[in-house]
Every structure is written in C-alpha cells, then in structure tokens.
Design a protein around this ligand. Structure first.
Ligand code: ADP
Ligand code: MG
Length: 588
C-alpha cells in the first residue's frame, strides 16, 4: 500500500521558505542590497514603488554573473559563498544560505540583467512565481540589476497582510540606512516613486553618519578599542544626542546590523549618570569578532546573532563605552551631581554613581617603566577580576569572611573607602558595597525595618507601572517599604526602609520600578531578581556621600560578611586589593 508521505514540489517548498525569508518588501530590499554588497559593488542604487509592493529594484556594479550562474542563482540552496558547513565559521559575506533569490522568485515576478567581467554579453532572465519564463542574451554593462515586481501577487493572503505604503516605505528606508552605515565606502542612491530621496557618496563613516542623520559631527565621539576577543569601532553620540526613543541605536556585528536589546543596554548603561532618565543615546558601533565565535545561523533574516559568550561581550561593551566617554568628558564629580539634584527637585534625576572613565577591563597590570604615581593610578583602576573575566557572571564560590581584622579606615573623594583588611591595603567602592549588602539581605529574606513617614507621600503612576506595582507590591514591601494602592493609578508611601534617607523616598520607589522594568526586560533575569537589584542600587548610599568612621567600619564589616563581596551581581568590582607584591612593584 502506498504511504501517505510525499515530497513537496520545489515551488511549494520555496514558497514555504519564502514565508521565513520574505516577510515584507523591506526583506527583499535587505536581501538584494546584501547580495550587491557581497558582489563587491562600489555603487548601489535602490528603486521602489508603492512601498516596494509593486517594485523593488537594485542595480549594482559588482562582479555580475555569467550565463550559467545567472540561471543557477535562482535555485534553492544555490550559493557561491560557502561550500561546506565549516565555512559558516569563517564567514566574510552577508549571505550564505542561498535561499533568498529562490524564495523571492517564488512569490513575485522577477527580471534580472547581469554581466560578469569575463562575458562579452549580459544575460536577461524573467521568472514568474518560481517558473523560468525567459533566458536570453542582452546588452548591459558589468554588474547586476534585479527587479522584483508585484510581491506576493500569487499569495493574496500575504499581500493583504502588508501595511500601508508609508509604513512599508519606512521599513525599507531603515534597511537602506543600516546597509549604508555598515558600508560607508560604497555609494548609495535611493529612488522612491521616481524621486531621488537619498544620494550618498562613498567616504568615511563620520561623513556617512552626518549625511544620514541630523547629528552634528562635533557631537560624535570616536570609539576604538581592540581586545583579544572583540574589536570595537564607530561613534558614540554625546549625551546631547540622546532621545526618548531607541531609534538612533545602530549596532553591527561583523558587518551585520543586529537587534540586540541586551547589548544595546550595555552601551546605554555605559553612559551611567551622563544620561537623563529614560533617554537613549545615539550610536553607531561595530563589533568585529572572530567569525568562529559568533553564530549568525539563527534566523533566516539574520537580525540576530549569538555570541559564544554574550555576557562577557556585554561587560566589555559597557566598559568600552565608559572608558571612551570618560576620556572625552570631564565627568562631574559625584558630589556636584548630588548637590545639583538636592538643590533642584525638578532637575532630571541622574544616577549619582560616577562613571569610572578610566576603568579598563582589557589591561592586565604589567610591569612597565613609569613613575610610582602613574603606577598607583594604574593599580587603583585595575579591577582585581581582570585576569579571570569569563567567570564574572557566574556565581562565585566566595566565602564570607567571618571576623576580619579591619584597621586604618578612611574615605577618599567621599566615594571610596580605604582600609587595611587582614593586613592588606583594600579600596572599596562604597556605593557598590552597600548595594551588594542590601541585595544579599533581600535575597536572604531578612526582615527589614521600615520607618513610618511623618507625612506619607502619594505618587501617581502610569497604568502600566501601576499594574507592575500591584504585581510586585508584596516584594517591594518585603524590602522595608510600606506602600499601598491609594486610588486610581496612585500609590501611597507610608514608610521607607529605616536606612534610607527620607528626602527622596517617593522618587526612589518610582526609580526602583523604572530600573526594575529595564533590568527585567533587558538583562533577561527573573522578576524577583530584577526587583532586588533595582532596589539595592537605588537604596544604597551614593558615591559622594561623606561617611563617619563608624559607618565605614560597619559597611566594610557587613560587606565582608556577604556571600559574594568582591563583585556585584553584574560582575563589577567592589573591592580592589593592593597585595604586598603589587606594592613592592612601586618601588622596583
Ligand atoms: P546567498 O546570498 O545566501 O548566497 P542568494 O539567494 O541571495 O544566496 O544568492 C545566490 C547567489 O547568487 C549568491 O551566492 C551569488 O553568487 C549570486 N548573486 C546574487 N546576487 C548577486 C549580485 N547582485 N551580484 C553577483 N552575484 C549575485
Ligand atoms: Mg543573499
């Protein structure tokens, strides 16, 4: 008896694949532009009509194809870019699946003209819904022109799914911008409904950015950092360029635009207190990674990539941003910031933690000829973790210090505590230390004393924040807050953790909810963990706060009793120790 299983005809298989590769006209634009780039073009023109639904055409002056390849390229899995699976780990082209053209041709009417340098005549090919209609010699110069007409004409259900012309055109323009940014040396032109909307001369990245966006060149800061694992280059917008939306964030990995909220968050967080609340900096950053350490084979549209060690890349990226900005700006001191905030309640709330511009995770301290002050400066800015970064996110097997001998304690810049711990000179970041203590207290579910406010405060929240608040209310109150619902989208704060300063109690609750949202959405950690981190960060004493000897002693004592006291949950150093041997190095 014959079975019920049969192979699908090639045309049906291509249409199914097209469902993944070709979601909308912008996907066609992306695939055609990428092919033109891969073909080594120096000039690429894009023409569209009606949001790309009636026409997407890309003309290039790249390698072109001979008559055989001109036919072959429309077959599924036909590619000149890889030969075997291992080539995926050594990929230097944007394409590799060999399915874009076959998929596009199965759901549209295409016409191609192409000529390679070796051929004397060009080839013209017409394919309708995957069926070859014409192949003939034609006249053309070297390069390729592919016109995709009437997308989805044979699949009405997909066609009806398209959004308005304006929306589809916007998506197309975004793809155009991304490719144009990644390849500033190539000239691009974009013609919509017969009208030229963009013409870009090949040149430097800086020129390309200023041609594409209304960002002034003087507001762009060069980022350029090389490490063993990743190279960073591109530009960071100054804080002035930050917007309330995330539109201006362009991150590329090995020449591909990537949409990665996690890594974008790493960059934004590297700005630290330089940004206003809920604003997103403009940036165009390129990461160059050994192709073996990056997996682009996740989704056919390839906006996602996977790094071998994503968390490590996160920390590196954040540090590079800090370092780049730190070198560029004279960062206001923490005390200036907190004064500004205290004296002006309407001023934008800033994170008071001072971005440590000199923190550089890539430098391992190596002996070199330098003055002792330079050496001290080096060591002070060298996190103790930097020879073992890859484990910074994994929970470390640290043991709480039972009873440490603490002596000679004092504060520097109202930000760092210097103390002799077990005979070793130790430098402690007071804000991080306190945040870690609080975090572990929340983890241990210790009862935290709450102090009632003389004048309870009410805070109005957005509907979304209110829902979030209601969901997390008991967790928030477990951390020493006494809050409850008080009418529509309003909460009342009756009490605060007794350790917290009373002035900004209301804003701290709002800030915690805000940071919680970001942590939860972007750091991909669970809700309770995200809330604890947000609360610890906001409730902790800030950099710039002067402390009494007794307070410092308690802080250091409590820190040493933490399960993890050398690093925060995010892998940032809390204590830097100057060991005997590092001290001896000063005097060599
Ligand atoms: P992929 O890019 O993944 O290899 P495509 O279906 O996009 O797959 O393209 C198939 C092949 O057609 C490419 O590998 C390339 O050899 C050829 N090709 C496509 N577009 C062009 C072009 N504009 N110029 C030269 N060759 C091209
Ligand atoms: Mg391709």
């Amino acid at each position: 008896m014959p079975g019920v299983i049969h192979l699908l005809p090639e045309s049906t298989a291509n249409q199914i694949a097209a469902g993944e590769v070709v979601q909308r006209p912008a996907s066609v634009v992306k695939e055609l532009l990428e092919n033109a780039v891969d073909a080594g073009s120096t000039s690429i023109k894009l023409f569209i009509k009606n949001g790309g639904s009636t026409l997407v055409q890309v003309d290039d002056n790249g390698s072109g194809m001979n008559a055989f390849d001109a036919r072959m390229c429309w077959e599924r899995h036909a590619t000149s870019k890889i030969v075997k699976a291992e080539d995926l780990y050594n990929l230097n082209t944007l394409g590799f699946r060999g399915e874009a053209l076959a998929s596009i041709a199965s759901v549209s009417e295409v016409e191609m003209r192409t000529k390679s340098a070796e051929e004397s005549v060009a080839t013209r090919i017409v394919i309708n819904a995957g069926t070859l209609e014409t192949q003939e010699n034609a006249a053309a110069t070297q390069g390729t022109s592919i016109a995709v007409k009437n997308l989805f004409y044979n699949i009405p259900a997909r066609k009806n799914f398209l959004k308005s012309i304006t929306v589809e055109t916007k998506h197309i323009f975004e793809e155009y911008q991304r490719i144009a940014l990644a390849y500033p040396e190539i000239s691009f032109e974009f013609v919509n409904q017969g009208k030229e909307v963009s013409k870009l001369q090949g040149g430097s990245l800086l020129d390309r950015i200023s041609d594409l966006f209304s960002v002034k060149k003087e507001d762009l800061i060069v980022a350029d950092e090389h490490t063993d694992i990743v190279d960073f280059s591109g530009f960071l917008g100054s804080p002035k360029t930050a917007k309330k939306t995330r539109g201006g964030q362009y991150l590329f990995a090995n020449g591909r635009f990537i949409k990665d909220h996690y890594l974008n968050h790493a960059i934004s967080s590297g700005y630290g207190g330089l940004l206003e609340e809920k604003s997103y900096p403009f940036f165009v950053i390129f990461l160059q990674v050994d192709p073996a350490k990056i997996d682009v084979n996740i989704h056919p549209t390839k906006h996602e990539v996977k790094f071998e060690d994503g968390r490590y890349v996160y920390t590196l990226l954040q540090s590079v941003v800090k370092k780049t900005l730190g070198a560029h700006f004279v960062v206001p001191t923490a005390s200036q910031l907190s004064n500004a905030i205290n004296s002006n309640p309407t001023a934008p709330r800033l994170h008071v933690t001072q971005p440590d511009g000199r923190f550089n995770p890539f430098e391992t301290p190596k002996p070199r000829v330098a003055t002792s002050w330079e050496k001290l400066d080096d060591l002070l800015n060298t996190p103790i973790s930097n020879t073992r970064q890859p484990d910074i996110f994994t929970s470390q097997e640290e043991q709480p210090v039972q009873s440490a001998d603490i002596g000679g304690i004092f504060q520097v810049d109202n930000t760092f505590i210097v103390a002799k711990i077990e005979g070793e000179l130790s430098l402690i970041n007071q804000h991080r230390a306190h945040a870690q203590i609080l975090f572990e207290r929340y983890e241990a579910k210790q009862t935290i004393a709450s102090q009632q406010l003389l004048f309870p405060r009410t805070v109005e929240l957005s509907l979304a924040d209110m829902n979030l608040y209601l969901e997390m209310q008991s967790d928030i109150n477990a951390m020493g807050f006494d809050t409850s619902e008080f009418g529509k989208n309003v909460i009342i704060i009756n009490g605060l953790p007794s350790e917290l300063s009373k002035e900004d109690g209301a804003s701290i609750v709002v800030q915690i909810l805000d940071d919680f949202k970001t942590n939860y959405q972007e750091l991909k950690i669970n809700k309770k963990e995200a809330l604890k981190q947000a609360a610890a960060k906001n409730a902790a004493i800030k950099a710039g706060k002067s402390l009494e000897i007794k307070e410092m002693e308690t802080l250091v004592h409590d820190l040493l009793h933490c399960k993890q006291h050398t690093h925060t949950a995010n892998g940032l150093p809390i204590i830097v120790k100057l060991t005997k041997s590092s001290l001896e190095r000063f005097f060599q």
